[in-house]
Write a protein that binds this ligand. Structure first.
Ligand code: BTN
Length: 334
């Protein structure tokens, strides 16, 4: 069952879904009001809100409303119709605007202990998208995928980063499958096309006595940006800019949730190696790469030598010592 942040989000989705099902015939304001159990004037206000969001709708309440352009909105009904997962995305919250989907998912968890594994929050835009290390994640309307998934893994806290690497694997495979682009994974979980970042992942964990109680895995994918903001142009890009054509966010979302569920299930049955092995195969950063990594305190420089069992990056320094880095940013690479 789709969930919503507010009743207004649910109404906006229902009106759009109803018009998508009637692209050639106008839907009367009366029918919309009846179906939603709201007044005519409320319908008119919601239609105006949709127009303000850039949805092209012809008509007036008495003549009926008709969509003239099918917008790429992540309407839960459209996602659910295509999704065949057991848990991931089955309880789907669709928000037109939110500060951060990770914050929203965290709020769900703290207000309701029964929020289930796989509960997913997607938003059309974020006003305070969170990046790693306190950075901001640029989250313009309708062009990106802003997704947070609640996980309830029965594992110790030191295994949790592997699930973030698992999300990177899933995003890697989905982007390659749906766009045909060649994607690289920069440790730990940035996805690059060429040398530019198209996807980032931020996981937030709630653990007790070293056991994970819940995790929110937040994934941001730059899908259809036709240009990146000036300050990101050197380091970031979108799938559209790299492939020269737009892509369906719904298709990528459904593929990603499906892939992530498989990777998660394999992790539960086969353990860490089910993630570290494919990650090592897919990432050009895994072996023999000269890197500088900043772990928040110091900079480690050397040549990469794979991952350890917990997903830490092994770096052989010039003096021959191998350092295992558990968290950080690759700040320079050749
Ligand atoms: C990074 O810095 O690379 C991580 C970026 C993660 C962005 C995503 S967008 C969906 C989710 N909600 C957030 O506020 N952040 C993550």
């Amino acid at each position: 069952m789709p969930g919503h942040a507010t009743e207004r989000d649910r109404h906006l989705d229902s009106i759009l879904y109803s018009m998508i099902g009637n692209m050639t015939v106008p839907v009367s304001g009366e029918k919309l009001a009846q179906d939603l159990g709201i007044s005519h004037s409320r319908v008119a206000r919601l239609i105006n809100k949709l127009r303000g969001e850039g949805v092209e709708i012809l008509g007036e309440p008495f003549s009926g409303f008709r969509l003239t352009r099918l917008p790429d909105v992540l309407i839960p009904e459209l996602v659910i119709e295509r999704l065949h997962t057991k848990t991931m995305g089955r309880n789907l919250f669709h928000l037109w605007e939110v500060d951060s989907t990770n914050a929203f998912a965290g709020g769900l968890l703290s207000s309701d202990d029964s929020v289930g594994h796989g509960t997913t929050v997607v938003a059309e835009r974020q006003t305070s998208g969170r990046g790693r290390r306190g950075r901001h994640w640029f989250s313009d309307s309708f062009v990106g995928l802003y997704v947070s998934i609640v996980l309830k893994p029965d594992v110790s806290a030191n295994l949790a980063p592997l699930l973030t690497l698992g999300a990177a694997l899933a995003a890697h495979d989905s982007i390659e499958r749906t766009t045909g682009l060649q994607v690289d994974i920069k440790w730990p979980n940035d996805l690059l096309v060429g040398r530019k970042k198209v996807c980032g992942i931020l996981s937030e964990m709630h653990a007790e006595l070293d056991q994970v109680r819940s995790m929110v895995v937040g994934v941001g994918i730059n899908v259809n940006h036709s240009e990146m903001p000036e300050e990101l142009r050197e380091i970031g890009s979108s799938l559209r800019l790299e492939s020269g054509r737009p892509h369906s966010r719904i298709e990528i979302l459904v593929d990603f949730l499906t892939a992530f569920e498989k990777i998660y299930d394999r992790f539960v049955s086969k353990g860490p190696v089910s993630i570290t092995e494919p990650w090592t195969e897919l990432s050009s950063f895994a072996h023999g790469r000269k890197v500088k990594v900043h772990d928040g305190v110091r900079q480690i420089e050397g040549t990469t030598e794979g991952l350890n069992a917990l997903g830490a990056l092994r770096i052989r320094q010039d003096d021959g010592r191998v350092e295992e880095v558990y968290s950080g940013d690759v700040v320079h690479w050749e």
